[in-house]
Design a protein around this ligand. Structure first.
Ligand code: ZN
Length: 244
């Protein structure tokens, strides 16, 4: 009898997890509910970088973007903003967009709505302290949503991506990243890349190789007149309609 109760309890917990975490993520992502997976500017590509700011790699990436005069968007982790505020100030001063990627790099699947609200609030507060501006954009780690994510994050535009390259792996960066970046230059795309390698499942050194390949990609893009745009630039463009 007690074994039966244990089995029923486990099944019930799995059921709750499916309803609270997995199902909302599938529905939101498959049907594109309240999320942005492409930009409306069909002539440009939006480069986005997650998981920073990283004291080793983010400065190198900012140098590179500056050299090519490319404006990008960074989805930053709050605790890293706290430890590296000067990098966020630099991002802002150099015209990049800064969005929220939770205070800790934790999945929304294992967070209550209250905890999620706290993660967003804390991170926004830290970003605003560096930029003196309201934060408009949010991207949940791993693209995970829970049942309350859209409600809790309703004041933000939720930015996903349509091009992902597995650049958190050193091997991928070394072997195929450049090819993949070139193969996906259709206008309106949102590229997802990473300027930190300390996230669970990532290789610490991967951003080093990502930056190397990105440099080659930007060189080639300049020759081919591929245009890049930040989310703030788009937001300004579409301010009247608030459609990005
Ligand atoms: Zn992330």
């Amino acid at each position: 009898m007690s074994v039966m109760i244990i089995i029923m309890s486990v099944l019930f917990i799995i059921f709750l997890f499916l309803i609270y975490a997995v199902l909302p993520t599938l529905v939101i992502r498959i049907f594109g509910l309240s999320i942005i997976q492409r930009i409306s500017d069909e002539r440009s590509i939006a480069l986005t970088f997650d998981d920073g700011p990283d004291p080793d790699y983010t400065p190198q990436l900012l140098d590179l973007l500056k050299r090519f005069n490319v404006k990008a968007s960074f989805f930053v982790v709050g605790e890293k903003v706290k430890n590296n505020p000067e990098l966020v100030r630099r991002m802002h001063a150099e015209g990049h967009t800064i969005g929220i990627h939770h205070y800790h790099h934790i999945s929304s699947w294992i967070m209550s709505p209250f905890k999620l609200r706290e993660q967003l609030r804390l991170t926004e507060e830290l970003i605003t302290r560096c930029t003196n501006e309201k934060v408009h954009f949010y991207r949940p780690p791993w693209g995970h949503f829970n049942l309350f994510s859209l409600l809790v994050g309703r004041q933000y535009s939720i930015i996903m991506w349509n091009k992902i390259f597995k650049d958190w792996k050193t091997e991928v960066c070394k072997e195929s990243l450049l090819e993949k970046l070139h193969a996906n230059t259709e206008g309106g795309s949102i590229y997802l890349l990473h300027d930190s390698g300390v996230t669970l499942g990532a290789d610490r050194e991967a951003p080093k190789y990502m930056i190397e390949k990105l440099e080659k990609f930007l060189e080639e893009s300049r020759r081919n007149r591929v245009a890049f745009i930040s989310l703030n630039e788009l937001y300004q463009l579409d301010k009247n309609t608030r459609v990005i």
